[in-house]
Design a protein around this ligand. Structure first.
Ligand SMILES: Nc1ncnc2c1ncn2[C@@H]1O[C@H](COP(=O)(O)OP(=O)(O)O)[C@@H](O)[C@H]1O
Ligand SMILES: [Mg+2]
Length: 367
């Protein structure tokens, strides 16, 4: 059944999958818009692969429903579903040439030789492997093998492409260039993709939408920016990027500003977008790159939101300097951009840290 273009391509309704007592996927509901790339991201063991296996039909659900393009596929066998999956380990047929690997699904569907040859040529070009159809998988680099796996997955025009850590076996530089390729291909062909990774940077950089998972449950769904800037809890804040937490107490509210007492000082910050009263314990969540750092001698015109500290350790990474600063008994991480121009801080040096007024706040959860 064909559906209008604004209906979701995939809907998960309260999907649950158990292994004995373990709830690997716990009541997940989610829908994917056509032509979008969503990434399920979370630590190893949080249920990402199991979720993909329920969608592709390799794992049976215990509860819930899966709707693909308007059709309930919950009880359909894997080969009846219009889904295709690519795995971390390339899973190519080792004895077959690249062209045979890519054409495999088309041969199973009894397409004519002519049709298969043309389609294989097209797919080879799509993944920038023109002319390499006669090679065997062992004659290819890891990145090339993964391109072949991608081409093979695309050969049957799946309604949804499921990518399970497809870049995790590649070395760092190749991972980055391959993720750009996957993203470009997805855009160009308007593919609907579920991408799975445990790597938060990969997830941030490739996705229209992120679904952050932990222990089988969805913690937060949002665009990469929303999740980075407004993590819903400490788990998400910690998992997506580096982070500083400043626990403290609201000691005054006036106008659109509140005074927030942390160990060393009182911060003046914007009132968070949830109800707060004097006496509430909150946590300020501050990314390392949103803290300004200057040497202790520097006079600041605005003395608000300034912390005094000492550099414990600095790591020069070229584009940034990643500093660990002791502030009282707390350790604060600061990323200084453009260190060549703004100055390199030495270990042991006294510094001032300046925090902004707009700070993301979390309700403090009991320790
Ligand atoms: N076939 C299985 N039998 C029993 N437990 C499993 C099976 N597959 C996965 N699990 C368990 O389910 C949980 C989720 O696993 P998985 O989906 O592979 O996580 P991820 O892909 O996020 O690393 C883990 O605790 C894992 O040990
Ligand atoms: Mg996995």
């Amino acid at each position: 059944m064909a559906n209008g273009n604004d209906s979701p391509v995939l809907e998960l309704r309260n999907v649950t999958k158990r292994f004995g007592n373990l709830v690997a996927v716990n009541n997940i509901s989610f829908s994917l818009e056509r032509g979008k790339l969503v990434t399920f991201v979370g630590p190893s063991g949080c249920g990402k692969t199991t979720l993909l296996r329920t969608i592709s039909g390799f794992a049976e659900l215990d509860e819930g429903q899966i709707i693909l393009d308007g059709e309930d596929i919950t009880n359909m066998p894997p080969n009846g579903r219009d889904t295709a999956m690519v795995f971390q380990a390339y899973a190519l047929f080792p004895h077959m040439t690249v062209a045979h690997n890519i054409g495999f699904g088309l041969r199973v569907r009894k397409k004519s030789k002519q049709e298969i040859d043309a389609e294989v040529e097209r797919l080879l070009a799509l993944v920038q492997m023109d002319g390499l159809g006669d090679r065997k998988p062992h004659e290819l680099s890891g990145g090339q093998q993964q391109r072949v796996a991608l081409a093979r997955a695309l050969s049957l025009n799946p309604k949804i492409l499921l990518l399970d850590e497809p870049l995790s076996n590649l070395d760092a530089n190749l991972r980055v260039s391959m993720r750009e390729e996957v993203r470009k291909l997805q855009w160009r062909l308007g593919l609907s993709v579920i991408f799975v990774t445990h790597d938060q940077e990969e997830a941030m950089s490739i996705s229209d939408l992120l679904v952050v998972m932990d222990h089988g449950v969805v913690k937060q769904i949002g665009s990469p920016t929303e999740i980075y800037e407004h993590p819903i809890d400490e788990f998400v804040a910690n998992f997506i990027g580096h982070i500083n937490f400043f626990p403290g107490e609201v000691i005054d509210l006036s106008g659109d500003e509140m005074t927030f007492k942390i160990s060393q000082t009182n911060l003046k910050v914007e009132i968070p977008p949830f109800p707060v009263s004097v006496g509430d314990r909150l946590k300020a969540v501050v990314r390392p790159e949103s803290i300004d750092i200057v040497s202790a001698e520097k006079e600041l015109s605005d003395r608000e939101n300034v912390l005094e500290g000492r550099v414990e350790f600095g790591m020069y990474i070229g584009s940034i300097m990643r500093l660990t600063i002791a502030v009282g008994d707390q350790t604060v991480h600061v990323d200084e951009s453009d260190p060549q121009h703004k100055g390199i801080f030495e270990d042991g040096q006294k510094v001032k840290l300046v925090l902004k007024k707009r700070i993301h706040m979390l309700m403090k959860t009991p320790d």
